[in-house]
Design a protein around this ligand. Structure first.
Ligand code: ADP
Length: 559
């Protein structure tokens, strides 16, 4: 992550550190000016030397003006530096998330990533990045103040240095606890985000089954758990603040008593007393605040580790092999696969010729969808070999249209083109092929109609047609359909299947449960699956003649 803070932001960071150094030095230096100003005032009263006072006043005005300008510039540069750093970290985190393969992603709760991109990165900004700058500011301010104290009054300087050592042990008392509390906050916020996501996605079920009260109760439980863990951290921080401030004030009282004694004995001027008062404040308070800041910094460790591990996923994936384009033949040789301990595919042997159309049928749970996902490269831990045009490949370049169609919250056009540039002619062609022309001509804004959240305004069938147009437009030579026409009426499904089956130079593998002879006859070959195996294969008429499992499925209409 250092890369995003330091290397990718060198110019801004150098400017920020320079301005912060000037600002801190300037702020601490005010004590010296006050020293001269008060001494000049006393001389003006005692010896009527007003020219000294005038000169001092001009210097003070210029000093104040310059310091104000430095602070203004410093704030602006800090805002730009933080913006750039956080943008880099957010983009790197998203790249990391996008590097996770589909199978792995399905195992995790996406709420974890939502929390990371929102909450965790904001905490990182406040408690780590801004805190780091503030720690630099405190340490630098203390060093300059000690230097000036040594110059003005070495005895007070030495006592201040000893006092600075006291807060050293405070962070050890709190940092461990604060770290685990910060970890609990992330955990509870993730659980809360997941709960909210569930409620919003399951909105229709909640309304239909009238469980609003129950869900509201569950939401309150989860929200209060999250708030409670924040209160626990605030509680520890409160103890830390209280403890640090109490110790800081006591040390300052001690130093002021000493200054009083020196003043009574005439060892220091009035100006020096005011300067020493100001400077000791600038040593002792930051020293005690540092302990709080270091504890807070340490408490961000779980968040930093989480962000680091997500960022490191980007580019670390060993899946660098591009999916291969099918030109002649795709062979599945002895493919076996299990979800955990449950075998789903067993020694699958199949050959897919380029340009031909294949159907896969079988009872529910027989492994049809899993086989398509293996060809698509979703799962890598299968045994056996996939050969594309005679060469081993981990996956094949394809478009997979599955049962759950996802539409982005954007226009129909962008959902079809997926933000790539295509000519109007090619878009219109796929719209016609997917049977979308009538729907689009009915819509006032045509292709530019917003689909609304996940296509809320379209029927399941319409969403499927958008997905089919998307796949056709992206022109992969292998089109795989996983019960893609399941929510269409028979007439519409048949029309779309006919369109797809009529596509030249496109290989098509379609998992279908609509066992209609007129459609099934159009496939070059039908694979029949049972318990993870291909138990029969051949054209429709041949399978019917075989009088095996396919004949039974066809007779009962189950597939
Ligand atoms: P089909 O498409 O023939 O209905 P699937 O390939 O979807 O069958 O599923 C085959 C078996 O694998 C089923 O028993 C199903 O419950 C199981 N299965 C599917 N997906 C997963 C998954 N992600 N994790 C664990 N088991 C799964």
């Amino acid at each position: 992550m250092r890369k995003y803070i330091f290397y990718k932001n060198k110019v801004c960071l150098t400017l920020l550190v320079t301005l912060q150094t000037l600002r801190t030095a300037g702020t601490v230096g005010v004590a010296v000016l006050i020293n001269y100003l008060i001494d000049a005032v006393s001389k003006a009263i005692q010896y009527k030397q007003t020219w000294m006072l005038g000169k001092c006043a001009v210097v003070c005005c210029i000093y104040a003006l310059l310091l104000g300008l430095i602070i203004l510039l410093g704030e602006k540069v800090a805002a730009i530096t933080f913006k750039r750093t956080l943008l880099n970290i957010r983009s790197a985190a998203l790249d990391g998330i996008l590097s996770i393969d589909v199978a792995e992603m399905q195992k995790t709760n996406s709420a974890e990533y939502v929390t990371l991109l929102n909450q965790s990165i904001s905490v990182y900004e406040e408690s780590y990045l801004k805190n780091l700058l503030s720690i630099y500011d405190s340490i630098l301010g203390m060093l300059i103040a000690v230097g000036l104290l040594l110059y003005i009054n070495p005895i007070v300087a030495v006592i201040s240095i000893i006092a600075m050592a006291v807060p050293g042990f405070i962070p050890k008392l709190f940092s461990g606890k604060m770290g685990s509390q910060q970890g609990k906050i992330i955990q509870d916020t993730t659980a809360y985000t997941a709960k909210v996501k569930d409620i919003l996605t399951g909105y229709e079920v909640i309304k239909a089954y009238r469980i609003s009260d129950l869900m509201s109760k569950k939401h309150t439980e989860s929200a209060s758990e999250m708030e409670q863990s924040k209160v626990a951290l605030a509680n520890t921080t409160a103890w830390l603040y209280g403890f640090a401030n109490m110790a800081s004030i006591s040390v300052q009282f001690l130093i002021m008593t000493l200054c009083g004694i020196f003043a009574v004995r005439g060892l220091v001027t009035i100006g020096s007393i005011v300067a020493v008062t100001q400077l000791t404040g600038q040593v002792i308070s930051p020293a005690f605040q540092l302990s709080t800041k270091f504890s807070q910094l340490k408490s961000t460790e779980p968040i930093r580790n989480q962000i680091d591990s997500i960022i490191s996923l980007s580019g670390a994936s060993n899946d660098t092999e591009e999916p291969k384009e099918l030109k002649q033949v795709l062979s599945l040789d002895n493919i076996s696969f299990s979800y955990g301990d449950s075998p789903v595919l067993r020694q699958v042997q199949a050959q897919i010729d380029h340009g031909k159309k294949y159907a896969i049928v079988g009872k529910s749970g027989s492994g049809k969808s899993t086989l398509l996902k293996i060809i698509a490269g979703y799962y890598k831990d299968y045994s056996g070999t996939i050969l594309i045009d005679g060469e081993p490949a981990r996956s094949c370049s394809q478009s997979l249209i599955s049962q759950n169609i996802f539409l982005f919250d954007d226009t129909i056009k962008n959902n079809i083109t997926l933000y790539r540039n295509y000519s109007d002619d090619s878009i219109n062609k796929v719209i016609h092929m997917a049977g979308l022309s009538e729907l689009i001509s009915r819509l006032e804004n045509g292709l530019d109609t917003e689909v609304e959240e996940n296509g809320a305004r379209f029927s399941g069938g319409e969403k499927q047609r958008i997905a089919i147009a998307r796949a056709l437009l992206h022109g992969k030579s292998l089109l795989m359909l996983d019960e893609a026409t399941s929510s269409l009426d028979n007439e519409r499904a048949q029309e779309i299947e006919e369109n797809i089956l009529g596509l030249k130079n496109i290989t098509c593998i379609s998992v279908t449960h609509k066992l209609y002879s007129n459609i099934l006859r159009m496939y070059d070959k039908i694979f029949v699956m049972d318990e993870g195996r291909i138990v029969e294969q051949g054209p429709f008429e041949e399978l019917i003649k075989n009088n095996g499992l396919f004949q039974k499925l066809y007779a009962t209409g189950i597939g």
